[in-house]
Design a binder for this molecule. Structure first.
Ligand code: UGA
Length: 439
């Protein structure tokens, strides 16, 4: 919404939330999320044509277009628990829009939703005797965290789906016209509302599938002395495959991939497409397996015990340039090590606050340390779990001296210079590479 406000000074954008604390933060000097470039964007627009408020009622009444971006987490109860999307917040919002509206509006699905949600929303919104009509348009978001501002300013594509009726086309055009303020026409893709809804889930499923595919090969590389970065370099140069999203890792995290794939799995099951459901589910299974494999690898190589050993985790965010830790592989690795009674020292430039929340159930065995040198001091091993640039430039000679010998590095992101570290004296274990052991 900040980008829309910035690129469309002729429009007034009001962001509303029922969470007073969040809105207070959005109106203050410390924005509630860290995202490169966002502070400047908000500074340029806030108070001019971008406003943050808790007055949902007036905002709904005054708006011509409403983008609904409420959360759609995985359901934790009842039918479809653990897989289906929980649509209660979406439905509540739809009912609130209906209750507060005095004229017709376009309602845009921004949240990631199961295919055919627009149908249910239209039924809720349009079964009214107020004489108002709502068109539901799907406009899924493809930005990635850490690069959100750039992705919004220069999107690969913007997808806008609507009903293919006269009213549907009219509503679609209203949304297209907003993006035309800065997105080239050929990058604005129009489709039916169902294709648009399903494309979002499919895009995330394909992206995650690439990571699980290369991660499955990483295990084979470790057995055969092939190098996974060389393999992904070689296959990525095939224009049909392409180089992106082929970086083997400790696993993918984030609030989207797992949730969206499980949602896709549930939808397939509900249409009786068992084989299709199992196919996509295996993408998540490989990811769980990869995270678990990482912990097992640490355990086996550290002489089958980490009990009482200090282990420094470099990075806790699910990826670099964000403080977000939702579904971060670091959570699973930390839990695995704590279950083995290791002493875990966590360091991260932006995610320590969230890390504390994620591990609040562990009363002992875990410390949080902003300085990576202090985190590594007296440790038996370092595990790199987020690809923050700062970890590449540390003084590893100094770190090695401060650690218990033999010192281990497990590079879960393949960002360090493994041969150099090995020559220095570390035993180095990377993803999809032959181990470099000193014993
Ligand atoms: C993802 C999609 O990339 C966005 O297009 C989508 O809009 C978003 O979900 C969403 O649905 O909201 P995001 O989860 O923010 O974006 O981050 P990604 O860059 O996709 O990274 C996800 C995870 O995969 C991270 O843990 C990352 O480290 C990992 N990853 C990524 C790899 O392990 N290897 C790779 O080659 C790429």
């Amino acid at each position: 919404m900040a980008m829309i406000a910035y690129k469309c000074p002729q429009h007034k954008v009001v962001v509303v939330d029922i969470d007073k604390e969040k809105i207070r933060a959005w109106n203050g000097s410390n924005l509630p999320i860290f995202e490169p470039g966002l502070d400047e964007l908000v500074k340029k627009t806030r108070g001019k044509n971008l406003f943050f408020s808790t007055d949902t009622e007036s905002a709904i009444r005054e708006a011509q277009i409403i983008f609904v971006s409420v959360n759609t987490p995985t359901k934790t109860f009842g039918q479809g628990a653990g897989r289906a999307a929980d649509l209660q917040y979406w439905e509540k919002t739809a009912r609130q829009i209906l209750a507060c509206s005095r004229d017709s509006k376009v309602v845009v699905e921004k949240s990631t939703l199961p295919v055919r949600t627009a149908y249910a929303m239209e039924r809720i919104l349009n079964e009214n005797s107020k004489g108002v009509h709502f068109e539901v348009v799907s406009n899924p978001e493809f930005l990635a965290e850490g690069t959100a501002v750039r992705d919004l300013e220069f999107p690969d594509r913007v997808l806008i789906g609507s009903k293919e009726t006269e009213e549907g086309f009219r509503a679609r055009k209203e949304v297209v016209d907003i993006y035309l303020n800065w997105v080239p026409r050929e990058r604005i893709l129009e489709s039916s509302v169902w294709s648009s809804e399903l494309s979002k889930l499919t895009a995330n499923a394909f992206l995650a599938q690439r990571i699980s595919s290369i991660n499955s090969i990483s295990a084979l590389c470790e057995k055969t002395e092939a190098d996974v970065d060389q393999v992904s370099g070689a296959i990525g140069m095939d224009a049909r495959i392409g180089p992106k999203f082929l970086k083997a890792s400790v696993g993918f995290g984030g609030s989207c991939f797992k949730k969206d794939i499980l949602n896709l799995v549930y939808i397939c099951e509900s249409y009786g497409l068992e084989k299709v459901a199992r196919y996509w589910e295996s993408v998540v299974e490989i990811n769980d397996w990869q995270e678990n494999r990482f912990v097992q690898n640490m355990l086996v190589n550290m002489f089958n015990t980490v009990a009482g050993k200090k282990i420094a985790l470099f990075g806790f965010a699910f990826k670099a340039n964000t403080g977000d830790t939702r579904e971060s592989p670091a959570i699973y690795v930390a839990q695995g090590l704590l279950a083995e009674q290791a002493e875990v020292a966590i360091t991260d430039p932006k995610a320590l606050k969230n890390a504390r929340k994620d591990l609040k159930d562990f009363k002992k065995g875990v410390t949080f340390e902003p300085d990576p040198y202090k985190a590594a001091k007296g440790a038996h091993a370092i595990a790199v779990l987020t690809e923050w640039d700062i970890y590449k430039g540390l003084d590893y000679k100094r770190i090695l001296k401060s650690m218990v010998q033999p010192a281990f590095i497990f590079d879960g992101r393949n960002i360090l210079d493994h041969n150099r570290l090995y020559e220095m004296g570390f035993s180095v274990f990377a993803i999809g590479k032959a181990p470099l052991r000193h014993f």
